[in-house]
Design a protein around this ligand. Sequence first.
Ligand SMILES: Nc1ncnc2c1ncn2[C@@H]1O[C@H](COP(=O)(O)OP(=O)(O)OP(=O)(O)O)[C@@H](O)[C@H]1O
Length: 329
Amino acid sequence: MTELAIDTTALRRTYRARGGRRVGVEGLDLRVPVGGVHGFLGPNGSGKTTTIRMLLGLVRAESGSMRIFGHEVPDELPDVIGRVGAIVESPKFFPTFTGWRNLELLAAGIGTPKARVGEVLDATGLGDRGKDRYKGYSLGMKQRLAIAATLLKSPDLLIFDEPTNGLDPAGIHEIRQTMRRLADEGRTVLVSSHILAEVEQIADTVSIIGAGRLLAEGPVTDVIGDSGITAVRVGVPDPESAAAVLSGDGLRVRPDGPYLRVRGVDDPARITELLAHRGIYVHELVPERADLESVFLELTSATSLAQPPRGRRGRHAPAEPVEPAAEVS
Ligand SMILES: Nc1ncnc2c1ncn2[C@@H]1O[C@H](COP(=O)(O)OP(=O)(O)OP(=O)(O)O)[C@@H](O)[C@H]1O
C-alpha cells in the first residue's frame, strides 16, 4: 500500500452564509502519497485553501478525519508539525534587510543553526542574491525566499497554496523548478492551483476537486487517460452522412465548423475504416491529446458535477451537485 503523507476521509467544513451554510469542503477524501509533487487542483472557491487550513490546524473541521504522516490532525499535530513547512499567505519579511538576514532572524527564532540559511538559499536558487535587500527582489524571488524560509527546519512535507499567484511566466518557471527540485530531494510537495498548465508539467500525482469534493485523483497520466486521445477531428466532404455512420457505430460525434469531432475511439484508424466502407473518404484525421486542462474543465463543469461515480485511483470519483449558498455582503 502506498505510504501517505496526507490522508483525509469525509472531511467537511461549511461557513455561515446568508440564508444558510456555504460549503467549504464537503466529504473530501484526499490522499497524497509520500514523495513527489502532488497537484491539488480545483477552480476558485472549490475548497483548496479551506482544506489546507484545516490540515495546518488553522480552521476546525466539522466532521471527518485527517492524518499527516499517520498522525491524527489536529490532536497529534504538535507531533508532526515540525516535519511540515507551509506557505498559505504571503509571509512578511523586513524590506530593508537582505534575504540572508531575514532568514537568519527566522532561523534564530526556531532554533535552527545559521549555517542552514546558506543551504536553503542555494536550494531555492537564491544563493547569489542572498546579500541583496528584500525590497529589490522580483516577485518570483520573494516567493522563493518564502519557500526558503519554510525549508529552514528541513520539512518532509511542503504545502504551497497557489504559490505562483501574481507571478509572471519567468517567476512561475522559477517556482516550478524549485518545487521539482525539492521533490527530487525526496520531499513531498503539495501545491494547490487553479492553473492547470503549470501543475501538469511538474506534478507526479493530482487530486481534482470541485465544490468541496474529490472529482479525480491519481498519477497525472492516469487522470488524463492511458491512451491520451480524447477526440479525433475528422475532415470529410459530407459531414452529415459521415456523422450518421460513426454515430451508428456507437461513437460520439458532434459537428465542429466544417469538421466532425469524434469521441469514444481508441484508434483513429477505426474512423477511416468505417467511413471508407461507406465510400466516404477522409481528407483530414487529427487525434487530439487530452491535457490536464481539458480533463479539469470537463470534471469541474456543472454537468459533470452531476454525473455518477466512476471509481477511485486514476479515475473520476463521486461528485454530487451542491446547492449554491448566498453570498454574505
Ligand atoms: N472565512 C470564510 N467565511 C465564509 N466563507 C468562506 C470562508 N473561507 C472560505 N469560504 C468559502 O468556502 C468556499 C471554498 O473557499 P476556499 O477559499 O477554500 O476555496 P479555494 O479553492 O481555495 O479558492 P481559491 O482558488 O479562490 O483560493 C468558497 O465558497 C468560499 O467563499
